[in-house]
Design a protein around this ligand. Sequence first.
Ligand SMILES: [Zn+2]
Length: 494
Amino acid sequence: MHFGQLRTYGEGTRPAVVEVNSEGLCVKFNLWSSTKNIGGRNIRIIVAESIFVRRDVSLNLAENNTMPINLCDSIIGEMTGKKSVDILRRVFHYENFRGKQEEAIDSICRRQNTVLVMPTGGGKSICYAVPALMEQKIVVVIFPLLALLLDQVERMKSRGLNVCFLMNDMDDMERQSVIHKLHFNPPEYNCLFLTPETVLSSSVFDLISKLSADNLINFFVIDEAHCVDTWGFHFRPSYSELWRLGTLGCPLLAMTGIVTSRTLETIIKNLKLSNDTTVIKQVCNRPNLFYHVVDKTSNGCDKIVSIVQESFSGQCGIIYCIERRDTAEVAYHIQKAGLNAVFFHAAMDVHAKQATVESWKAGIAHIICATVAFGMGIDKSNVKFVIHYSIPKDFESYVQESGRAGRDGSEAHCFILFRFEDRTKHMRNICSLPDSDRKDVSLQGLNDVVKYCITPFCRRKQIVHYFDNNDHSGDECQRTCDICASDEFVQPVD
Ligand SMILES: [Zn+2]
């Protein structure tokens, strides 16, 4: 039996499996067959598709060191306490859930539409990866960028999850094999990863509809859901069609970094989420981050050099620039002063980009001077400082970009080099926006950041209140911003 040109090698709908065991490591191969016409003769080709199984997961699971490709049965069979907590500990090796993770998991497991607002580094992927192992159904995950998607697929595979993806320019055999296996009941895959454009293409949407009608889909995840905001900087036209997933009868988990209440409303409205949608908002207060605003004098590079030399010698950091040419210039100036820096921007050659990122990730280069194109999906825990060479364009961006510091929970510092003239760099972009509503929203966003820089009130309080007026988690700054730490200033009571 087959669904495409690729046939299973073996009987029935499932391919035969060859298993190779050695030294506590188990690798399995699915066998497929296909016929190819070579030189006028039909040749039968056997394809062995390898599935790597992580060593420590398989060791934990069973005495004979083997593990079924789908983790559900074996793990759940041995569980004692709450399912989600046991999976978190045994598969992801975290002791407890952080922030709002558990609340989000409980909500989606109750089959509620859920919007999860969580700051960068809050551990959003756990919120769908854990439920994906709780039920033998497929979680369909929409990721905005292919590079991020492939990264995430690798990360999930390394945890032992059986995940797959479909994309447009994919080897036909691989595609057929994935599609074939997606029809298995019960499913073998825990997650299917897609870009918004792929899921909306008629063939894949038909496939998803069929799987959902056959009750094979657990729920849908829309990552970076703020891309649905037509006024936002990150707007992606295909996101505005993703509401169609909601018509397939499975719950939807929309995830986003910290956003304002206006963006949050837009996400709910544009995804056409029902009135009983659960909104879970994690506060954006990060107690381990220290906030500073520094006057930018001359070209700002001397300031950077003195900050780094005084407090962050030999440590990893990011310097964000607005313009591409600034990245190279800043890197050049601070290199001359003896700092170990590289630069990164979107227009660089793809190999140079990769080499730069790798050397920074490995700690060979300490400092990366980059445009804001850098950082999305990059997971480096020991970033000790983030310096904005010029003011960020709005608060959402600032919280996201500065939030890349201190992901390991240890003390880290965020600086903005401020001078009023840098505002004009953003003004040029804002003026080129096509419609006046977007101009107004962007201008307001920029003015809010300027206000943050020039107002002598606690920076932490300003950041937290900006996103939620009722959130008082940042009220106890404990001298973790330059204003509160300064002895001359007496904090006004409000
Ligand atoms: Zn403060």
